[in-house]
Design a protein around this ligand. Structure first.
Ligand SMILES: N[C@@H](CCC(=O)N[C@@H](CS)C(=O)NCC(=O)O)C(=O)O
Length: 224
């Protein structure tokens, strides 16, 4: 059975030619999800192409032969890769529309947000690596390596937990540090629930509850 029927292919052509943003990748990817939540937050409409880098390779090949998501196709047809660069583009777009960017263009807050995002990305990358290790045939899995990954993931979450002493990580307002952190934790809780010792992270758990209940996160469910 073809993974993309003709109607779908037609729809995609219209979208890439017709002036809308198009986001490729499943929302169970924390990197795709942070981009989608950001677009929701900024009110930038987009088409979501819900294709898996593993299960839908034939359908993805003509769109993105790198098999790496997220990929954002701009209304011009230009393709952007790497969530950090995509977010940078979205912040610029938001600023042009008079919306406060989730990461300011300059100043000490920018640095703080970027450094907390760096911690969230370490935690998230290590969690994704744990999942990839689990996907390997049983005899090729290396428990010592998984232990190291788990230690790094938890260390990064510990450092974020320590920093969170109010409703948000930086400046008493929602920033990309919060969205990236909650997207990473969302992935762990959804894909690797046994790796999320909730009781160890009360402040982060509160942040997750608050943000997951917000319209921007609710519009981006993990199973799409
Ligand atoms: N640094 C990249 C990481 C993206 C990433 O690792 N995406 C995963 C899905 S969670 C992926 O595409 N995996 C397929 C692969 O790496 O081959 C970003 O932030 O965009």
């Amino acid at each position: 059975m073809p993974l993309i029927d003709e109607g779908y292919r037609y729809k995609m052509t219209i979208l890439t030619e017709g002036g809308r943003h198009q986001l490729l990748g499943l929302y169970d990817s924390p990197f795709v999800r942070r981009v989608a939540v950001t677009m929701q937050h900024y009110g930038i409409p987009f088409e979501h192409l819900s294709l898996s880098v593993f299960r839908h390779m034939d359908a993805m090949r003509p769109l993105n032969p790198l098999f790496k998501v997220p990929m954002l196709t701009l209304p011009s047809g230009e393709k952007l890769y790497e969530s950090a660069y995509i977010l940078d583009y979205l912040d610029e777009l938001a600023a042009e529309r008079g919306i406060t960017a989730l990461t300011p263009r300059s100043g000490p807050e920018r640095r703080q947000i970027q450094q907390l995002m760096a911690l969230a990305i370490v935690a998230t990358e290590k969690a994704v690596a744990i999942e990839y290790e689990r996907k390997r045939p049983g005899e090729l899995q290396w428990s010592e390596w998984t232990k190291r990954l788990r230690g790094q993931m938890r260390q990064a979450f510990d450092m974020l937990e320590e920093r969170l002493d109010s409703d948000f990580l930086v400046g008493g307002r929602l920033t990309q540090a919060d969205i990236t952190t909650v997207s990473g934790i969302g992935f762990v809780r959804y894909v690797l629930p046994h790796e999320w010792p909730e009781g160890d992270y009360p402040a982060l758990a509160g942040l997750v509850d608050r943000l997951e209940a917000s319209p921007a996160f609710k519009a981006v469910p993990l199973d799409e």
